[in-house]
Design a binder for this molecule. Structure first.
Ligand code: SAM
Length: 286
């Protein structure tokens, strides 16, 4: 087969596979970025010892265990405590003082993976003496990751790296204050969890979360194509109250998106944006 025919066939098979999954299970991967999608599908081909993508369709439609593996393979859960420490420093120094002017603050951490990002945020808010006035909603479509996130138990061998990141984020205490080590695990302190609600939410198909003051969605949009990125950014615009803040990952941007005129950059360093509001909208500030 000519290479052009082969790539057209691969594209067609991929579309059929993703459409079948959407129709059968309601999970919508039809607008994930093609390069990342192709790598995930290669993993499935190896796992199922299949030669062609179309052979995956009956397997994934009829075998729920195979579909569970597919879901896990589709979710890239790479994360870290205080990932990109300078972002957390910027959040602490530039955004938290502004958030403190609100009596009560609602935060959405979308695509929270196994929870390291949300515990980092809880630590930061506690150190700023502000955590009791915050409610954090931590969501991901990967339910297995959410179980790990709720437990807040991480391998002890990661603590060295977590501590180094924490130390670079402008901290006010010691990272060791926030966990208890037991055997080869580190369990995050229960008081960090008290204002966090972990819940499933799919950015590709679910609706907005109302009246958020701050949204973190870092290192998630890079896996989506332009159309899905726009959908998600519209969801965030709808979910934020007037003057609310949106934090994206270092490689993500609002440039060329449908929402570029709805936000103003607040920090280039932290990739943080503020929803633009007209003065009269301030009466509605949540
Ligand atoms: C690379 S992790 C980023 C984790 C964390 N935000 C960070 O920056 O360290 C990407 C996460 O996005 C989640 N994700 C991917 N597609 C999603 C979707 N449609 N809805 C919700 N979460 C999604 C994955 O399950 C994964 O946990």
């Amino acid at each position: 087969m000519l290479s052009q025919d082969r790539s057209q066939t691969t594209r067609l098979e991929t579309e059929l596979l993703l459409e079948a999954i959407f129709q059968r299970y309601g999970y919508d991967f039809r607008h994930y970025a093609p390069a990342s999608l192709a790598r995930r599908i290669q993993i499935q081909l190896r796992r199922q010892k299949a030669q062609h993508i179309s052979q995956l369709i009956p397997v994934l439609l009829h075998d729920s265990k195979a579909f569970d593996h597919f879901l896990l393979d589709m979710s890239i859960t790479v994360t870290d405590m205080f990932r990109n420490p300078l972002f957390f420093k910027e959040l602490r120094e530039t955004i938290i003082p502004r958030l403190k002017t609100w009596p009560y603050v609602k935060i959405w951490c979308a695509g929270c993976a196994t929870g390291e990002e949300v515990y980092s945020l809880a630590i930061l808010l506690q150190e700023e003496g502000f955590y009791d006035r915050c409610q954090i909603y931590a969501t991901d479509y990967n339910k297995r990751s959410l179980v790990i996130a709720k437990d807040g138990i991480y391998p002890l061998n990661k603590i060295k790296n977590y501590t180094a990141n924490y130390n670079n984020s402008g901290p006010k205490a010691s990272f060791a204050d926030y966990y208890h080590a037991k055997y080869d695990s580190a369990k995050m302190n229960d008081n960090l969890k008290k204002n966090i609600v972990f819940s499933p939410h799919n950015l590709a198909s679910d609706s907005a979360f109302g009246e958020m003051n701050l949204i973190l969605c870092r290192n998630v949009l890079i896996y989506f194509d332009k159309q899905l990125q726009n959908r998600v950014l519209e969801l965030f615009e709808e979910s934020l109250c007037a003057g609310g803040f949106l934090c994206l990952g270092a490689k993500e941007s609002l440039q060329f998106s449908s929402m570029v005129d709805k936000f103003a950059p607040v920090s280039q360093k932290g990739n943080i944006f503020r929803k633009i509001y007209r003065q009269q909208e301030m009466d509605d500030v949540c």
